[in-house]
Design a protein around this ligand. Sequence first.
Ligand code: FES
Ligand code: MG
Length: 580
Amino acid sequence: MSDPRSDGARDPESLRSHQWYGTEGLRSFSHRARTRQLGYLPEEHLGKPVIAVLNTWSDINPCHVHLRDRAQAVKRGVWQAGGFPLEFPVSTLSETFQKPTPMLYRNMLAMETEELLRSYPVDGAVLLGGCDKSTPALLMGAASVDLPAVFVPAGPMLPGHWRNEVLGSGTDMWKYWDDRRAGLIGDAELAELENGLARSPGTCMTMGTASTLTAAAEALGVTMPGASSVPAVDSGHDRMAAASGRQIVGLVHRDLRLSRILTRAAYEDAVATVLALGGSTNAVIHLIAMAGRSQVRLTLDDFDRIARTVPVLANLRPGGQYLMEDFHFAGGLPAFLAQLSDVLHLDRPTVAHDSLREQLAGAQVHNREVIRPRSNPLADEGGVAVLRGNLCPDGAVIKHIAAEPHLLRHTGPAVVFDDYRTMQRTINDPSLGITADTVLVLRNAGPKGGPGMPEYGMLPIPDHLLKEGVRDMVRISDARMSGTSYGTCVLHVAPESYVGGPLALVRTGDVITLDVAARSLRLEVSDEELERRRGEWSPPPAKYQRGYGALYSEQITQADTGCDFAFLSRPGEVPDPYAG
Ligand code: FES
Ligand code: MG
């Protein structure tokens, strides 16, 4: 690993922050005076790289509640390497608590990140996050400013425990809730489970959305090696945070900006990583959006193409058996990526090494059951398939490795729900005649219609079928699904129903055919009949009359292009705030 202190220090006058502190004139004098007010001597900061430590800590976010302390370790590293750390609190996106969905606020945190880094005297940034959307949000914002940056993943929480069972957050919550509904456990067991599902600060310890995205960040090359699996409460997490603080100072001296790291090759490798991990379908949307901010065009077809070249090698829940701590001790992402070195771009730089090849040198798998060898994969192809057809002209995705194999080719009659509340209220109504063969359809849950594409995609199995032992059915929606969910759920149908996509035209009783091997999703209704129905369709009324929700609804793009805001994802110049 390159030692930041051995790198040639940059001419202080070439630092961005020099405009704030080092120039002659009233403004610089005022900024220096205000830094004395903060309690710093001139020799503590003048001429040093200013490192913004962006912290998504909050009392309400159990996945990030340790980041208040962890920022101190980052600052320790920054000071050691001769930088000047300044912590900035930014929005917290709690997957658990924020309604209707933190996806509504991913782009807000991306905007906040971008504008803070641009408008303050910042030379480089360390980004602390990890709960689902916070990873893409922070990286989207930082990529748009294009400063040197290092991402510090919040780290997975400890494994869950209940009686003699090891529990995975999310995944086992759904499982035991279904057991409760099926009458297999009672309130006393549920109360015990409350204590055991999430035992420490940190992100979900399954290969859910959080672990998928932090692994993607590491694969992109914006974290320290191995950072994405270090348990949140392990002392190693402090050490990784301090190392990240030391590293960013060297990156500023070398002016190694995110644009040098976040290349097309890096995004292709992140896609391969996510697919070989059997990771969350949410990564499809986030990586496309992140790539867009790096001026890299990444499409659904890239995911489907790369999926056919990589096997699933991570035996992690929800698709497999183990949890993130097991993955960490099995060697973590460096050992995992070393298994994929034939499909990766090894000559690209990372924040820690001149090349990914160097970064992976010597990485070893210590547990072949957790990180499988190529000769014994969990699945021969990557975990996500992209579907096309008259029901999803712009694509849809399915995590087929988390589905019952017998449903991957299925034809059945649709039962359609116009919105989530109606679905919740009526799903158990016997008069709907839902059987195990029914295809459940939910609409108006997409980027505009949700709004924010809530994780409604794992539609519940009706009680009477659960009691008969049915645990999976074909389900189709324009929503997303939690990374810890499972089942034959077709997601991200684009265009969404709310803007008049064909999903808006489906009627209860229509026959739908899913064929994952053929990558096809078809509504067995004639084009003429669909055109007739389209003539009768009118757009639903806007949900937000004012405020951020109205801005969101106006600007949000569809799932296949990453759900960024149109005005944020387009290319173009932004003036330097100090010009004037
Ligand atoms: Fe935060 Fe799962 S709820 S990572
Ligand atoms: Mg989640």
